[in-house]
Structures are given as C-alpha cells and as structure tokens.
Design a protein around this ligand. Structure first.
Ligand code: DAT
Ligand code: MG
Length: 149
C-alpha cells in the first residue's frame, strides 16, 4: 500500500494548526499509520533536506526545521503521495491555490507550514529516515468499504 511522509513544520505547530491539518487528511479518507511530535536534531534535518544541501537557503531551512517541535506523520492510501502534494499546495504559499494548506494558511516560502514527500521513492526514503518500522501501525480503517469501491 502506498505511503507518504508528511511533517507539520515548527511554524504549523506554533500557529496551532496541527488539528486542522491532520483533520484534512483524515476527512479526505487517508489512513494515519505513524505520528509523533519531535524536535529534529541537526543530523536528521540535514539528511531529510540532503537534496537541497547546495542551495543558498539550506542553512536557514535546517535551522528553521530544527527550531521547535514538528509533527511527523506517515499516511497511507492509493495515490496518497501525489494527492497529499495537491492538498498541501505549491511551495510558495503566495501562489498556492486557495483551498490548499499553504494557500489557506501561509504567506512565505520559508514558513510554508508543512512538508510532503514528492515521489514514491522519496517517501520510502523519508519514512525510513523518520520512523523505525516498530513505530508504524499496520491497520485498516473499518469504514474502508465506504471509501473505496
Ligand atoms: P516543497 O516543500 O514544496 O517540496 P522544495 O522541496 O523545493 O519544496 O523545498 C523544500 C523547502 O525549502 C520548501 O518547503 C521551503 C524551502 N525553500 C524552497 N525553495 C526556497 C527558496 N527559493 N527560498 C527559501 N526557501 C526555499
Ligand atoms: Mg520537497
């Protein structure tokens, strides 16, 4: 079953948006299989954003993501990787569509509330980076027949 890694960044936590954001993915019909609030250390943050290490904003990005608690999550469902990216919206919140998380709640690229894996392979890498297998729950929604034909 397809899974993605999502993280409500420290700005989303500080702004009290945790419930609102989790609620959007629950209401959509995806399944939460991993959830924890943690303050990421430098090493974890640098590994997570490894692909951006040559970018000018890398240092600020790592310092922001480690600046306070974030909510790390794994969500499951058919097509969840791409769908979550659409629910999250464009990287720059000013161009993110209204109705998306970034479009509704943010104004700045450096404070864009939430991370979501950009591809299935990226999701697998990020899930194993943030969650040991023992912290993931293998379960099925009892209402699944009302969600999936
Ligand atoms: P996304 O988070 O939409 O996958 P990304 O992977 O390109 O976007 O970049 C990771 C994060 O880095 C992004 O959420 C915010 C920050 N970022 C990206 N581009 C930036 C820029 N030009 N200036 C400052 N921060 C940037
Ligand atoms: Mg990205």
């Amino acid at each position: 079953m397809e899974r993605t890694f999502l993280a409500i960044k420290p700005d989303g936590v500080q702004r009290g948006l945790v419930g609102e954001i989790i609620g959007r993915f629950e209401a959509k019909g995806f399944t939460l299989v991993g959830l924890k609030l943690i303050i990421a250390n430098q090493e974890l943050a640098e590994k997570h954003y490894d692909i951006h290490k040559e970018r000018p904003f890398f240092k600020d990005l790592v310092s922001f993501i480690t600046s306070g608690p974030l909510v790390a999550m794994v969500w499951e469902g058919d097509g969840v990787v791409a769908s979550a990216r659409r629910i999250i919206g464009a990287t720059n919140p000013l161009t993110a569509e209204p109705g998306t998380i970034r479009g509704d709640f943010a104004v700045s690229i450096g404070r864009n509330i939430i991370h979501g894996s950009d591809a299935i392979e990226t999701a697998q890498r990020e899930i194993s980076l943030w969650f040991p297998e023992t912290e993931l729950a293998n379960w099925e929604l009892t209402i699944k027949p009302w969600l999936v034909e």
